[in-house]
Design a protein around this ligand. Structure first.
Ligand SMILES: NC(=O)c1ccc[n+]([C@@H]2O[C@H](COP(=O)([O-])OP(=O)(O)OC[C@H]3O[C@@H](n4cnc5c(N)ncnc54)[C@H](O)[C@@H]3O)[C@@H](O)[C@H]2O)c1
Ligand SMILES: O=P(O)(O)OC[C@H](O)CO
Length: 309
């Protein structure tokens, strides 16, 4: 445990509320901000020692720029729990916060963390990663408990991209289950999905081994195997015949994989990175292929060695 910290949580959605409960249960002074709430953003961040953002990707740039215009503690640590990519800049959320606050430590929090299970106090583990070790250790102390085990990691971009890239593979996993393709197909999809995550993550500067940890493989397994995942639900419902619009209209909260997919396809095209599963998910979401056609296109690609080396 550490001394009680003043923690501002930005975003009172499913994940922000869960993280607020975890910190409050450890005795910290938590203030939760949302656009609909009564407290102003300025008042919530003013004296905060930790400012944690669990805002959906589409709001991160705007909220970071609002916070920039307010007085904050010079020692405030920013923590980001968003799993997405900015379509305009292709920045990760931590890159947005670090650019807005170059003199502050930024910590990424990411792992296999389906919020509904965490709200029930079921056991879970996560990772906090930063180039500033003292900052990640403080965040570890603030959130660790008997049912939430927090590990530190020195590869923030790798930890952040694990959580972001798996969302696209989770859409594909939902399609796989929706089409009832079986366990062999799912194992192949998840394993090749991880290869794709490593390939694109390496381009962003992430370490390969980070993807084999909780924030990579761990989150991939959780999200690809749980109907609680909104990303999985997108794929599952589309495979059962719904359109993307119908699926999103009935979804509780944000499925970041939909927008992430678009950014990844753009980057992969520019950088000539081979991400066939992501490309098929993109084509499916755009209505260019049916789930069955996407499967066929993946299976009938040129045969090749398992690894590029
Ligand atoms: N729910 C989970 O299980 C979970 C777990 C880990 C990470 N995440 C990630 O956390 C992020 C939030 O997920 P969630 O499940 O809480 O989503 P949610 O849809 O329940 O909540 C999103 C929050 O962001 C706020 N928001 C959106 N646009 C905004 C804007 N322009 N300005 C200010 N606020 C804005 C909304 O008001 C809401 O409070 C996502 O990136 C998600 O991938 C979610
Ligand atoms: O509901 P999803 O698909 O956003 O997944 C939630 C978390 O990212 C799982 O770790």
């Amino acid at each position: 445990m550490t001394n009680p910290q003043s923690v501002a949580i930005l975003g009172a959605g499913a994940w922000g509320a869960s993280l607020a409960n975890l910190a409050a249960a450890n005795g910290h002074n938590v203030r939760l901000w949302s656009r609909q709430g009564s407290e102003t953003l300025e008042a919530v961040v003013r004296d905060a020692q930790l400012v944690l953002s669990a805002i959906s990707m589409k709001g991160v740039r705007d909220v970071a720029s609002q916070v920039q215009s307010f007085p904050i503690s010079p020692k405030a640590i920013f923590v980001t729990a968003t799993k997405g990519l900015d379509p305009q800049t292709t920045y990760t959320p931590s890159q947005i916060w670090q650019t807005a606050f170059p003199n502050h430590a930024v910590v990424v929090l990411s792992g296999p963390n389906l919020s509904q299970e965490i709200q029930q106090s079921l056991p879970a583990a996560t990772v906090v990663a930063s180039s500033v070790t003292t900052a990640s250790v403080l965040v570890q102390l603030v959130f660790s408990s008997s049912h939430f085990r927090v590990y530190t990691n020195p590869d923030p971009v790798g930890v952040e991209l694990g959580g972001t890239l798996k969302n696209v593979i989770a859409i594909a996993a939902g399609v796989c289950d929706g089409l009832q393709l079986g366990t062999n197909a799912k194992a192949a999809l998840v394993t090749r999905g991880l290869t794709e995550m490593v390939r694109i993550g390496n381009f962003w500067g992430a370490k390969t081994e980070t993807f084999y940890g909780l924030s990579g493989l761990g989150d991939l397994l959780a999200t690809c195997n749980s109907p609680l995942s909104r990303n999985y639900q997108v794929g599952y419902q589309m495979a059962r015949g719904q359109t993307l619009t119908e699926t999103l209209a009935n979804l509780p909260g944000t499925a970041e994989g939909v927008n992430t997919c678009e950014v990844l396809v753009q980057v992969a095209k520019q950088q000539k990175i081979n991400i066939p599963i992501t490309e098929e998910v993109y084509r499916l979401l755009k209505g260019e292929v049916t789930p069955r056609q996407a499967l066929e296109e993946l299976m009938l690609r040129d045969i090749k060695p398992e690894y590029d080396y």
